[in-house]
Design a protein around this ligand. Structure first.
Ligand code: PRP
Ligand code: URA
Length: 209
């Protein structure tokens, strides 16, 4: 699959299995989602440029490194992406945060956008789009459309679980955008849920069902 990066780190695989388990309650589900988001961000930023800097320890001056290159905008898709954002901004505190509100219409599964608030300089930043679930792909394609309308040219998608159908939709619409995911599952069921998946991410995160 072009432009798709699947993480096989043992910790990521272990924690994803806890998320999949229907016995996992929403407190643990939220904690593990945060931990997974951090582990995934660690992998996603592996090749981010660094710049040499001088630092003075209590004993001597030495050379260190600081994050350089394009600044980051973290863009969670509401609601479920919010929990990933909390974790990633702990790792990258200088990132600006943009919020995009989208839900899937129950019968058609089409994305309905209801909110967008992005950093004013988002066109100069690299956007990390966060959503635990890439199912039909409608929500992520709509989020990328919104970012591109605001001039953003550099984007990465982070989804904990992806369906092949959604990956194809994102790739067909936006072949320039890479997808980073912990798993590519089998298929979507007739209600648009990822199988085996983990169920409804928003409901499990926030205890709304
Ligand atoms: C879920 C999920 C994604 C979307 C994925 O959100 O968090 O945003 O579905 O589906 P898609 O790839 O088919 O678009 P949902 O629509 O349930 O909204 P919510 O998080 O506000 O409950
Ligand atoms: N949204 C979810 O929360 N779960 C799915 O399986 C598909 C879309």
């Amino acid at each position: 699959m072009p432009n798709v990066h699947i993480f096989d780190h043992p910790l990521i695989r272990h924690k994803l299995t806890i998320l999949r388990d229907k016995q996992t309650g929403h407190k643990e589900f939220r904690e593990i989602t945060e931990e997974l988001a951090m582990l995934m961000a660690y992998e996603v930023t592996r090749r981010h440029p660094v710049r040499e800097v001088e630092v003075e320890t209590p004993l001597a001056k030495t050379t260190g490194w600081t994050i350089a290159g394009q600044e980051i905008a973290v863009v969670p898709i509401l609601r479920a992406g919010l929990v990933m954002e909390t974790a990633i901004t702990r790792l990258i505190p200088t990132a600006r945060v943009g919020h995009i509100g989208i839900y899937r219409e129950h019968d058609t599964l089409l994305p309905v956008g209801y909110y967008a608030k992005l950093p004013p300089d988002v066109s100069d930043r690299e956007a990390m789009i966060l959503d635990p679930m890439l199912a039909t792909g409608g929500s992520i394609v709509a989020a990328i459309d919104t970012l591109k309308q605001h001039g953003c040219r550099s984007m990465k998608v982070m989804a904990i679980i992806s369906a092949p159908e959604g990956i194809k939709k994102v790739h067909d619409a936006h072949p320039d955008v890479d997808i980073y995911t912990a798993a590519v599952d089998s298929h979507l069921n007739e209600k648009g849920y990822i199988v085996p998946g983990l169920g409804d991410a928003g409901d499990r995160l926030f205890g709304t069902r």
